[in-house]
Structure formats: structure tokens, C-alpha cells
Design a protein around this ligand. Sequence first.
Ligand SMILES: Nc1ncnc2c1ncn2[C@@H]1O[C@H](COP(=O)(O)OP(=O)(O)OP(=O)(O)O)[C@@H](O)[C@H]1O
Ligand SMILES: [Mg+2]
Length: 270
Amino acid sequence: MSSQRTEKAVIARDLAIYYGSKPALEGVTFDLNAGETLLLLGPNGAGKTTLLKTIAGFHDKYEGVILVFGRKPEESRDFISYVPQSFSLNEKVPLSVIEVVAMGALYKSGIVHRKIPEEIIKKSEKALSFVGLEDIKDKPFKNLSGGQKQRVLLARALISDPKLLLLDEPLSALDPSARAEVASVLNKIKKKKGISMIITTHDINPLLEIGDWVMLINRRMIAFGPPDDALREEIIKTVYGPMAKVIKVEDKLYCLTGDFHIHLPGGKKP
Ligand SMILES: Nc1ncnc2c1ncn2[C@@H]1O[C@H](COP(=O)(O)OP(=O)(O)OP(=O)(O)O)[C@@H](O)[C@H]1O
Ligand SMILES: [Mg+2]
């Protein structure tokens, strides 16, 4: 028997999360090993953001167990990067791309600098190069496309060298080619950096390749397992209704929940 123990990025046991007296989400039990990616799926109001915020340590009204690398979420902030669902910048303040990235490190250190320290500029450039945007570092952030903005936010999340990345709807409001672009950066984060990730999405298809685990929730945990187990049609239908479908094309799984359109390679129709 191997004595090697796998490090757990997240452990949840019968987690119930509250805003008022009734749970917004309950019955959540899962393990995520270090380096693995969990895709979190569920309709509007299912509790996806609620679960991410709780894991990030921003919401502490819960019962049950939630541990991030063995510690309570509020004690794990140093190794978590959380990218919220809607990131808004005051666009009257004309921040450049590199300044937006550097903010990730400045916020974490809790120091407001007048001038960004050289060391943070270097780290920011490295992170921008990782997401393939080093050439536009001096451009105004507000002029970027949706896909580019999302990649900048990923660079910003990476500069604090997190062990767990929590990404709330990183593909929403993007067109199919931008979704593929962001999905390929996420794939690179997983392969090259080995960071554990939890990603919420309405469109699971561009992310299926990187998902080790899929969790389906709708105010309670409906399913958790490897994609082939969790994305079974009878399970999907309980959440998304009788029109939902799961199909396999050339050994690839596609999930049609009615929330999105699917785009098969070569423009084929499912
Ligand atoms: N701050 C809050 N106070 C009270 N109730 C809240 C709060 N935030 C969310 N809720 C409720 O908790 C439930 C889950 O919301 P949540 O935002 O987690 O869903 P979601 O799955 O992220 O939805 P979406 O796909 O629309 O982003 C909803 O019923 C929502 O109204
Ligand atoms: Mg949400």
C-alpha cells in the first residue's frame, strides 16, 4: 500500500449555507484533490456563487464542514484567488492592463502604493505573458474585448501564486471563439501550474476537457462525480427539464441544457 497521501484542496461534508433561516444550498459533500478541477453547474439561483463565496471565506453562515487545504476558508485567504461573477472597474479611472493585473498583488498585500513597485511590475508582466497578452500591457483595460478582459483577470488572479482558483462564470457574456480562448488559458493553468480550480459555468462544453469532476446543484447537491457519471441525461433532466440532453459526438460529451447553443467542430449540428 502506498504511504503517499493525496493533498486535499477542498473537503466539504454535509455543508449547508444560509442567508436567512432557510438554507440557500444544502447537502454538499465532496473532496477535491490538489491540482484537480471541479466544474460547478446549475441553473440561475442554484447556489453556485453562494458556494464559491463560502469556499473563498466571504460568507460564514454555514453548517457542516468546509476545509481549504486543511484550514477553515477564512484562514485560507492567502492561498485562494477568487474572480467574482461580475467584475466591474470604475472606467472613469483609466487603468492600463498592467495596472489591473498589479492590483491583484497590491490588494493582497493590503498596501496602497502610489507607484507600483518594480517587483510587482515584473510579476505582472510574467502573468500577462502566461495568458498571452504581454503585447497589450499598456493599453487601457476598458478598450479590451471580453475574452481579453477575462484573460487579464486570470493574470491578476495568478500573481499571488494561489493554490486554489475560484472562478465564477469566467465564460459568461463571451462569444464562442472568446470562450474557447479563455478555456485554453484555463487548460494551460491546469497543465503548467497545477493549480486546483473550481469553475462555475452555464456552458460546460468548452470546459469539459479540463474538468476532473462535475458537480450539479440546484439549492442542494444533485450529483458529484467524474463528467461521464455526473452528466447523465436522467440527472440533467431533473434540473433542466425534459428537453435537456446529453449527447456524445466522436467520443466527446456534449450537454444541452437549453441555457446555451452548442458549437461542434466544423459547424456540424448535433
Ligand atoms: N446576499 C444574499 N442575501 C440573500 N439571499 C441571497 C443572497 N445572495 C444570493 N441569495 C439567494 O441565494 C440563492 C442562490 O443564489 P446564487 O447567487 O448563489 O445563485 P447562482 O447559482 O450563482 O445563480 P446565477 O446563475 O444567476 O449566478 C438565490 O435564491 C439568491 O436569491
Ligand atoms: Mg452566480
